[in-house]
Ligand binder design. Structure first.
Ligand SMILES: [Zn+2]
Length: 271
C-alpha cells in the first residue's frame, strides 16, 4: 500500500459530539456486514435501526467510520460475509470493514476483566477496556502469522492444500508466530515442520491485516536450500512443487497468499 493510501485512515477513539449524517456505519449482524440497498456501506439513516453496540473507528478520507452491532438485518437489506464483499466494496472500505469486525469482537470479548472477572469500561485516551475493580487494561490483540512462498532452483514453487482450507486451492505455507520467536524464525520452523525442508534467503515482501478473526499476515519469499519434501499429513492434504505452466487451483483474492503466488508467476514471465 502506498504511503498516501496508508494516511487516508485516521484512527479515532471517541465519537464526535455532533451527529454526522454522512458517517459510514460498518454494521455487523454476527459475522456478516449489512450493506445499503445500493450495495454500499450504509449511513445511520439508511440502516434505520438502533445498534446494540457501537465502537468508533476513525475517519476514512475525513468521513467518520463507526463499527456497530445490530440485533438483526434490517428489513429490505442484505448481509454478506467479509470475504464475499471483496470486489463489492472499494479496497479501503473493505479494510475498514475488517478493522470494524476485529474491534467489535474485541469489545464484546472484554466486557469482563480477564484477571479478576469484574466489569470493564472503555478507557479514555487510549484503545483499551479497563477493569472497574483491579484496573487491569485489555488492549486489542493481534496474532501475527507468517506466510511464505518457497521457490526451488528450477523455478517451481511449493504449493499445498491445507486440511483447514475452506475450498480446494493450493497455497503457500503459513502458520502463527509463537511467543519468543522472530518472524524469520517462524518462517524457517513452519517450512521445516510442514514440508521437511530447509530454506535460505528469506525475504520480507508485504503484510496484510487478516481479520479472520484477529491476525496480521506477514508475507515472505524464500529459496529451497536442502531436503526432499516430507509433507505433514496433520496439516496438509496434498501438495508439491508446481511449475508455472501447470498450476493447481490458486488461493482466492483477497489474500496475501494470492499476491505471493502472482508475484512468482510474474517473475517467470520476465525471466
Ligand atoms: Zn480486574
Amino acid at each position: 500500500m502506498p504511503r498516501s493510501d496508508a494516511l487516508r485512515f485516521e484512527p479515532l477513539l471517541d465519537l464526535p459530539a455532533d451527529h454526522e449524517p454522512d458517517a459510514l456505519w460498518f454494521a455487523f449482524v454476527g459475522e456478516e456486514v449489512v450493506l445499503s440497498e445500493h450495495g454500499r456501506v450504509p449511513t445511520a439513516a439508511e440502516l434505520g435501526v438502533e445498534p446494540t453496540r457501537t465502537v468508533p473507528l476513525g475517519r476514512l478520507d475525513g468521513r467518520l467510520c463507526v463499527a456497530v452491532e445490530l440485533p438483526t438485518t434490517p428489513t429490505g437489506l442484505a448481509a454478506y460475509g467479509l470475504r464475499q464483499l471483496w470486489g463489492m466494496l472499494d479496497e479501503a472500505q473493505w479494510t475498514v470493514a475488517g478493522r470494524a469486525r476485529q474491534m467489535l469482537a474485541w469489545d464484546a470479548d472484554h466486557r469482563h476483566c480477564g484477571r479478576c472477572g469484574a466489569a470493564t469500561f472503555v478507557a479514555t485516551g487510549e484503545r483499551s477496556r479497563t477493569c472497574s475493580a483491579c484496573a487491569f487494561a485489555s488492549y486489542p490483540r493481534l496474532a501475527p502469522a507468517i506466510i511464505v512462498l518457497v521457490e526451488r532452483a528450477d523455478g517451481a514453487a511449493l504449493l499445498c492444500h491445507g486440511v483447514r482450507f475452506p475450498r480446494v486451492s493450493y497455497s503457500c505455507l503459513a502458520g502463527f508466530v509463537e511467543p519468543g520467536e522472530s518472524l524469520e524464525e517462524a518462517v524457517h520452523r513452519e517450512v521445516y515442520e510442514e514440508a521437511g525442508i530447509t530454506i535460505a534467503d528469506v525475504r520480507y515482501v508485504a503484510s496484510q491485516p487478516w481479520p479472520f478473526p484477529g491476525s496480521l499476515m506477514v508475507g515472505f519469499e524464500a529459496r529451497h536450500a536442502d531436503g526432499e519434501l516430507r509433507l505433514d499429513p496433520t496439516e496438509i492434504v496434498d501438495g508439491g512443487w508446481f511449475h508455472r505452466h501447470d498450476l493447481p487451483p490458486l488461493p482466492p483474492y483477497p489474500s496475501i497468499a494470492r499476491s505471493l503466488v502472482d508475484r512468482w508467476i510474474a517473475r517467470g514471465a520476465t525471466s
